[in-house]
Design a protein around this ligand. Structure first.
Ligand SMILES: Cc1ncc(COP(=O)(O)O)c(C=O)c1O
Length: 386
């Protein structure tokens, strides 16, 4: 009988099968310890929580590698820590990075403010201009970075042509897959080399920790391990344990985020105070075809544009009773934020308008509440805003 591969929900809960012993705890315990007794005279691996080899950190890595189909993975103290160390593992002074323009504002700041100090040049590409990827490559290009689905327009990129372009030239394709989670999309299956997550979001799912993760080949992850030892953004064991607990329900949470996202987007499409809805599950979305062909779910993130602009948005936000105004996403509770004041605050109103993010744009991270309660919350909050 051929062995069938475990499903994603099973992988999220158990990771690869391992031996069980009588009296083992069912829930992986917290090793809330900075250090571990080291065999005297041993030159073997030293266990130390900053090294990323605390058992709680290792347990998470096992499960994420199984979910992403990666050789290895590593967890760090934040999504930004994961993005920073993944790039430092791939790039040296004199190297060139090509990045999508459609990326999280914090990542953009990391590239613009910090990478120059390490002699790493960054060039941005508008993914709508597909030919520009090739045009922007240099002899020194060592990595291409993209985010998909993107924030806040939920654009979905087709990785396969980009992966071919990179692989022909020995360039690493790095993908921030935070918005999808491995339940909706696994970039390595589409040719990516390295996957990054802000574990703060869907992987943990409860808005109570900050964490990050990278998955890829053993050699890239080993390089990140070495960097972690000296740069130090290690994940605390208690936060690791909470992510462990969160990941057990990742697959069912994502199913609910997907259905709530779709239902909310359809409701928003028919609302007179909302002029545009950005959700890849809607046929009107510019990437609907790519999204339908490559994603296993359209996700729980929706962008809505209010007819009444910034004033209407502020009024609505003040009147919401269930959805909370907080700048994060991927938790069980619905969160809303305005890109003009958070992720895209550094741009002028004209620049935001040109990018398709005018004032009055609200980003909604659908939680797993009863979606009828969320739409009713918005319905009530929007009354009289047109
Ligand atoms: C797509 C994406 N990547 C990375 C990050 C950074 O993650 P963290 O806040 O865990 O450092 C964020 C945070 O909002 C994000 O939205």
């Amino acid at each position: 009988m051929s062995r069938r591969e475990a499903g994603l929900s099973t992988r999220a809960i158990h990771g690869p099968p391992r031996p069980r012993r009588n009296r083992d705890p069912v829930a992986f315990p917290i090793f809330q310890s900075s250090t571990f007794i080291n065999p005297i005279g041993s030159a073997g691996e030293v266990l130390y929580t900053r090294y990323g080899n605390n058992p709680n950190q290792v347990e998470l890595a096992r499960r994420l590698s199984a979910l992403e189909g990666a050789e290895a993975a590593i967890f760090l103290a934040s999504g930004m820590g994961a993005t920073a160390l993944a790039h430092l593992a791939l790039l040296n002074p004199g190297d060139h990075l090509v990045s999508s323009q459609w990326i999280y504002g914090g990542t953009r700041q990391l590239f613009d403010r910090e990478f120059g100090r390490f002699g790493i040049d960054v060039t941005y590409v508008n993914p709508d201009r597909r030919r520009d990827w090739k045009k922007r490559l240099r002899k020194t290009t060592r990595a291409v970075f993209v985010e998909t689905p993107t924030n806040p327009l939920m654009r979905v990129l087709d990785l396969e042509p980009l992966a071919r372009l990179c692989h022909d030239r020995g360039i690493a394709l790095v993908v921030d897959s935070t918005f999808a989670s491995p339940i909706n999309y696994r970039p390595l299956e589409h040719g990516a080399d390295v996957v990054i997550h802000s574990a703060t979001k869907y992987l943990n799912g409860h808005s109570d920790i900050i964490g990050g993760a990278v998955a890829g080949t053993e050699s890239v992850i080993e390089e990140i391990r070495q960097l972690l030892q000296v740069w130090g953004p290690a994940l605390d064991p208690h936060a690791a344990w909470l992510i462990d607990r969160g990941m057990k329900t990742l697959a069912v949470r994502m199913q609910r985020h997907n259905t709530n996202g779709m239902q909310f987007a359809k409701w928003a499409e028919g609302h007179p105070s909302i002029t545009t809805v950005h959700y890849p599950g809607l046929t009107a979305h510019p990437d609907h075809t790519v999204a339908a062909a490559t994603l296993d779910g359209f996700g729980g993130m929706v962008g809505i544009q209010l007819a009444g602009g910034a004033q209407a948005a502020e009024r609505m936000l003040r009147r919401l009773r269930i959805a909370q105004h907080a700048p994060s996403l991927g938790g069980v509770e619905t969160l809303v934020s305005e890109p003009r004041l958070t992720s895209h605050a550094s741009l002028t109103p004209e620049q935001r308008q040109a990018q398709g993010i005018p004032d009055g744009f609200v980003r909604v991270s659908l939680g797993i509440e009863d979606v009828e309660d969320i739409t009713a919350d918005f319905e009530r909050a929007l009354r009289g805003t047109t």
